[in-house]
Write a protein that binds this ligand. Sequence first.
Ligand SMILES: [Zn+2]
Length: 140
Amino acid sequence: LENSLPDLEKASRQRSLLAKLGVQYGRLLRGVLSLRELLKGSVYELRTRCGKPSCHCAAPEGPLHSTLVLSWSHAGKTRLRSLSASDFVRLRRLTENYRRFRQVRARLVKLHRQILLTLDRLEQALQLPPPPPASRKRKK
Ligand SMILES: [Zn+2]
């Protein structure tokens, strides 16, 4: 009759694992609920040579031109926009929010899979076999 009983030890392990995963899930969700604005893309300082032979940037050791930019991809192409110093700070924060949002989403996907797997194991551990037919006579 051993097989017909729920596996209590296994069930208890899966239950406490599920509770832990649920706490992690809630914590991750709260991390994105606080985000109010997102911007897809990257914000950085672009250092370039302008190409004019007479410019200071043409010299091998000459300082390059510096531009603050936002880059993002749209329809498979990388787009670039130059930014003021104040936009740079604001938009950098927004692009960081976007990355954080995507990271949390990816972690939630993994965690969700793990929760479903644990639920399935719990179901296995709790499940009873179908009862024997009522008319069956017991043999010793
Ligand atoms: Zn130049």
